[in-house]
Design a binder for this molecule. Structure first.
Ligand code: DSN
Length: 478
């Protein structure tokens, strides 16, 4: 598409929206301006292509399409079938999976689909078999009671939250923490890395139905071959949530033992992080779980979002192009340059570095909580998020860490030199911020003191760093 066509498309769309509710059109335009101006280091965010964004804004949004391709609960789904089948085909080809389910609306939804599929496949329940044989009307009260009892209290072993695991891997704020009897594996306190012997020991003791690997704040590769061996040794189903690093798998940066697809029974992901697609989720699996996975809607999902599936098909087609591999490698190169720059300036990094797209700074080395650091960086035009570090003394709200990631800035075109300059800006802010006090003069985990002149100067340097790398250069809203 020419630059002119992209500008025309977005301008026209805004003009139409402005005719109905101008405040929405203004907010959309303001969001682009804000994104253009911020040094975005949120590890889970990215910038989807104009083609991906445009594929979402259309009449596919008007269509109900519960069910799956060729087997819908509504008539007239032939065009939805086309885009869903295309998205699934691109996903299968890209990741080498035998089955892809592209309906989940988010990563949480994708994980719920996977949990249901594993429970339905693994738990021996005569009541469940009856229900699956579509004899729901034959189920007695006692059957329903047995079904709830048999499906509940199953065991899940996943990575602990403060070691970088995700809420949906069996933690209380998510339904998985209420559905499953959960135990977690942490990381080695000396290295910050997964200790596979300890995972194996926990699996032997706990005998989980599901072993989950995957993370949202662990800066290292995971050896999925070893994790599968551990799962097999206790008869667990091995599930990988690759939401954060799907782009590195797609771009063949993570291969062999580090590619989850050949090793896991089931893999879930989001499509909007390093994969650079629309906001949504996806499940990949082999034939043995495919039938249960395809029951995702209406079993645990609301009606599919065909406009988002259209955008998934576009983004996955983009990820199959040869240049995506170069992009994926640059994400990791940039994260390593950022980590090196921070280490050289004296920052403490969890695990001492990174081999993926993210870096976790332990800001207690600067005498700060994660919350203080996050806000001080934000005042200076640097967008990050606070995150727990292993055995975090400040808990999950204030935290002791700042998580930074490179997928978004890499999409903009920033490289190693700019990563070093970014490390300098982060270090300047963190080393010049001091903890503040509450109204009673007591030390505060939230308040901080940063000279506004420092924040302003860093903000200006951050903006200068971005100037040569315009975001959506093809889009001029006039
Ligand atoms: N919210 C995502 C992240 O920031 O990692 C994961 O759910």
């Amino acid at each position: 598409m020419s630059r002119n066509a992209e500008s025309t498309a977005f301008r026209s769309a805004l003009e139409v929206v402005r005719g109905v509710e101008p405040r929405v059109a203004d907010a959309i335009a303001a969001e682009l301006a804000d994104q253009r101006e911020s040094l975005k280091l949120i590890a889970s965010e990215n910038y989807a292509s104009p083609a991906t964004l445009l594929a979402m804004g259309n009449w596919f949004s008007d269509k109900y399409a519960e069910g799956t391709v060729g087997r819908r609960f509504y008539a007239g789904c032939q065009n939805v079938d086309t885009v869903e089948a295309l998205a699934a085909e691109h996903a299968r080809e890209l990741f080498g999976a035998s089955h892809a389910y592209v309906q989940p609306h988010s990563g949480i939804d994708a994980n719920l689909v996977a949990f249901w599929a594993i429970l339905a496949d693994r738990v021996e329940s005569p009541a469940l078999r009856k229900a699956q044989a579509r004899q729901v009307n034959d189920l007695t009260e006692a059957d329903w009671f047995a079904l709830r009892r048999e499906l509940g209290n199953q065991r899940m072993l996943g990575m602990s939250l403060d070691a970088g695991g995700h809420l949906t891997h069996g933690f209380r704020p998510n339904i998985s923490g209420k559905m499953f009897d959960q135990r977690s594996y942490g990381t080695d306190p000396a290295t910050g890395r997964i200790d596979y012997d300890r995972v194996a020991e926990a699996a032997r003791e706990f005998k989980p139905l599901i072993l989950v690997a995957g993370y949202s704040a662990y800066p290292r590769k995971v050896n999925f071959r070893i994790m599968r061996e551990i799962a097999d040794s206790v008869g667990a189903t091995f599930m990988v949530d690759m939401a954060h690093f799907a782009g590195l798998v797609a771009g063949k940066v993570f291969t062999g033992d580090f590619d989850p697809v050949p090793h896991a029974h089931i893999v879930t992901t989001t499509t909007h992080k390093s994969l650079r697609g629309p906001r949504g989720g996806m499940v990949l699996c082999g034939p043995e779980l495919a039938d249960q996975v395809d029951r995702g809607c209406p079993m645990v999902l609301g009606g599919p979002l065909p406009h988002v599936m259209a955008a998934k098909a576009v983004a996955l087609a983009e990820a199959r192009r040869p240049d995506f591999a170069g992009y994926a490698q640059r994400i990791v190169d940039n994260a390593q340059a950022l980590a090196d720059g921070l280490l050289r300036r004296g920052a403490t990094l969890v695990t001492g570095g990174t081999d993926n797209h993210l870096v976790l700074i332990d800001v207690s080395g600067y005498g700060l909580t994660g919350r203080q650091a996050e806000q001080a960086l934000l005042d200076s035009g640097i967008v990050t998020n606070r995150n727990s570090v292993p055995q975090d003394p400040n808990g999950a709200w204030y935290t002791s860490g700042i998580r930074i990631g490179t997928p978004a800035l890499t999409t903009r075109g920033l490289g190693a030199a700019e990563m070093d300059a970014t490390a300098e800006l982060i270090h300047t802010v963190l080393s010049q911020t001091t903890p503040g006090t509450g109204p009673d003069g007591a030390p505060s985990k939230a308040k901080y003191v940063l000279d506004p002149a420092v924040a302003e100067s860093v903000g200006k340097q951050a903006a200068d760093l971005l100037t040569p790398f315009p975001l959506y250069p093809s889009v001029d809203l006039g």
